[in-house]
Design a protein around this ligand. Sequence first.
Ligand code: NCD
Ligand code: ZN
Length: 342
Amino acid sequence: MQELTLTRPDDWHLHVRDGEMLKAVLPHTVRQFSRAIIMPNLKPPVRSVAEAAAYRDRIIAAIPEGKQFEPLMTLYLTDNTEPEDIVAAKASGFVKALKYYPAGATTNSDSGVTDIGKCDRVFEAMQQVDMPLLLHGEVTDKAVDVFEREKVFIEQHLVPLKQRFPKLRIVLEHITTAHAVDFVMATDNMAATITPQHLLFNRNALFKGGIRPHYYCLPILKHEIHRRAILQAATSGSPKFFLGTDSAPHTRDSKESACGCAGCFSALHAMELYAEAFEGVDALDKLEGFASFYGPDFYGLPRNREQITLVKKNWRIPDELSLTESGLVPLRAGEEMTWQMV
Ligand code: NCD
Ligand code: ZN
């Protein structure tokens, strides 16, 4: 195939940050996607409808002139979130979900929930008003191996949560394991997002010829067995699995450091990366459902009407995008891509 035309996709898990970084990264997402679920892990996090409204205004102000883009906002669940916050979020119309981070699990998650068992009143309210819960599904227990944290989270927290709230609609974000695929497949009112890096790379990418900080994200890349399982899920045509890049920009300084930040920047070339992953298993015909249909269907939003086109063409991913401070290194910088969005 030399050319691929699809309904314009959306990104169901995205970090755009704030300030200068927001202005630098947002145009890339706007070029590829119509809408995106915006992660609330700013410093301080987006916890109230008022904070989400103000952040949404700053995002809208950063959309390049003449372009269409809709930020879909989320609130950051903390130990202090109340059922009234859920009712207010639903009434706002623009807050589409709540995001759960276990405290300390990933970048800017210090205000996250310390004990998932404490949030039952909030989950009850979410189930009642039908507000989806987005999970960073990893335990933070230092005794648990970093490659096992998703599996252990599912067993220890997600299985009991689903038993308590079977009708609560949950997205297990950026899944990385066969365990997650199996659980999502077997459970009602459960979906998952999948990133390009987890479809394209296994954990060897972290150590190819030396340590590779730009491949470090959380949940961390896993064994090839797991990469194959999520690639199979993404290309299966099941509406339970849809696109969420988890594009998470950090400056070059903060990645190339003795204690580098977690997060891969893929907003520049997300659709090209997904196309390559799907083509690798001869499943380009499944890309449109994954990228453009199942996400809006889950969130109860209309599918987009416009289209995008990708063409078969070799091009080189830039080494760095320039920002005012340190640069921003895209995922797979300096390497060749075989698809290009036109
Ligand atoms: C994300 C970030 O940088 O905000 N990092 C990451 O590795 N994915 C946070 C997150 O989604 O875990
Ligand atoms: Zn994320």
